[in-house]
Design a protein around this ligand. Structure first.
Ligand SMILES: NC(=O)c1ccc[n+]([C@@H]2O[C@H](COP(=O)([O-])OP(=O)(O)OC[C@H]3O[C@@H](n4cnc5c(N)ncnc54)[C@H](OP(=O)(O)O)[C@@H]3O)[C@@H](O)[C@H]2O)c1
Length: 349
């Protein structure tokens, strides 16, 4: 516990104020007390950007006000006296010159913009980065880690692999000194929901997908989830960071869940199995074989038991035994909390 010392001020810029960014701003306000008392940190937003433009104030924006604006569906460019309609995020980041850049714009696996350009700029200027967005890591993990190392700053990304589930931190920190022989992950919440609902309620794939959408859990274009690419992107990040294997999406054998029928699920069930979309890394000689496939797991497998909104990872190692972590993640709060966890990890005393 830090006492009688004034907290260190971290002036941050945030790109993206949607599900994750807005909740992160809410945590910055609600956790102010413990950030100061436990970690000696005072987080001050000096810039924020969304698709409307940006708001910039070197003296600090009001995090709660930004949350209220976004909840009222207003663009941050409308922020009184600090709003800059139409200002591009990269330009806004340059003007803000923050101590920390937080990235929470949408993931796209084509060019990873606008996140990738912003992260390059920030790291290139010696600014630490925390990102929730997978795209930049999927397309440029080695480049970005090299850039961070040359600049002597950290790039935090634990939120990118199943949000609050400590997939990356467990693998990188707590398995130190062992060799991972196998990683099994249920890393995509939407597909786990769809398969679980199909199995338990007898719905077809289309009906289960419609139900996921109705509950606001699937994108308008669900292909990233249901075709397996979101899980593959997460497996790529695990392979690159935990397994130290430079990886591209082309290295991963990917199959989504569109072909899974209620009949497949019932058949598996009769054999004591449960079908899950499994992200798998298996050690073969000195390398890993990487895949994402609908897979029939024995019912006693710890990942077979995951319910609709759980995600999980199981590491099998040579010296550390077998470790499984599971999270209940029915909404985006744990991902926003994982972004905060990384900020504390980068700056906390
Ligand atoms: N949702 C989850 O549970 C979850 C979990 C783990 C990781 N992630 C990752 O976290 C990131 C954010 O996810 P999300 O669910 O918060 O997405 P989201 O709700 O779609 O929010 C995206 C935000 O980015 C803004 N934006 C879009 N294009 C922009 C641009 N060109 N310049 C500046 N801002 C732009 C949007 O502006 P407007 O507000 O004006 O539309 C919005 O505020 C994604 O990369 C996602 O993969 C999400």
């Amino acid at each position: 516990m830090i006492e009688n010392t004034s907290p260190r001020t971290v002036r941050f810029f945030i790109a993206g104020l949607g599900n994750i960014g807005r909740r992160f701003m809410s945590l910055v306000a609600s956790q102010e007390g413990i950030l100061a008392a436990r970690y000696g940190l005072r987080l001050v937003p000096v810039g924020a950007a969304d698709s409307s433009g940006a708001a910039l104030d070197p003296a600090g924006l009001d995090a709660s006000r930004i949350v209220a604006m976004k909840e009222a569906r207003q663009g941050v460019a409308g922020y009184p006296s600090a709003g800059r309609p139409g200002l591009a995020v990269r330009q806004a980041l340059a003007e803000a010159a923050p101590d920390l850049f937080v990235e929470a714009t949408p993931t796209n696996l084509r060019d990873a913009e606008p996140g990738l350009g912003c992260i390059r700029d920030a790291l290139g200027h010696g600014t630490p980065v925390v990102t929730a967005s997978k795209g930049p890591l999927v397309l440029a993990y080695q480049e970005l880690m090299g850039l961070a190392a040359r600049s002597g700053v950290r790039l935090g990304f634990s939120a990118t692999v199943a949000g609050g589930l400590p997939t990356v931190n467990l693998g990188r920190r707590d398995l130190a000194g062992s060799t991972v022989q196998r990683v099994e992950g249920i890393l995509n919440g939407t597909t786990n929901y769809i398969l679980t609902t199909m199995a338990e309620e007898g719905l077809s794939f289309d009906e289960a997908l419609a139900e996921a959408r109705r509950r606001g859990h699937a994108e308008a274009d669900p292909s990233l989830d249901v075709d397996g690419w979101d899980a593959a992107a997460k497996l790529l990040i695990v392979a690159s960071s935990v397994l130290h294997r430079p990886t591209t999406l082309a290295d991963i054998d990917v199959e989504g869940i569109r072909g899974v029928t209620p009949r497949h699920l019932a058949q598996a069930s009769r054999m004591g199995k449960v079908i899950k979309l499994l992200a798998l890394a298996e050690r073969v000689d000195d390398d890993y074989r990487l895949s994402v496939h609908p897979t029939a797991l024995e019912r006693v497998h710890p990942l077979a038991r995951l319910s609709s909104w759980q995600m999980g990872v199981r590491y099998t190692t040579d010296t550390m035994g077998v470790i499984t972590a599971v999270i209940d993640e029915p909404d985006p709060w744990p991902t926003a909390a994982a972004v905060l966890r990384d900020v504390i990890d980068v700056f906390g005393s």
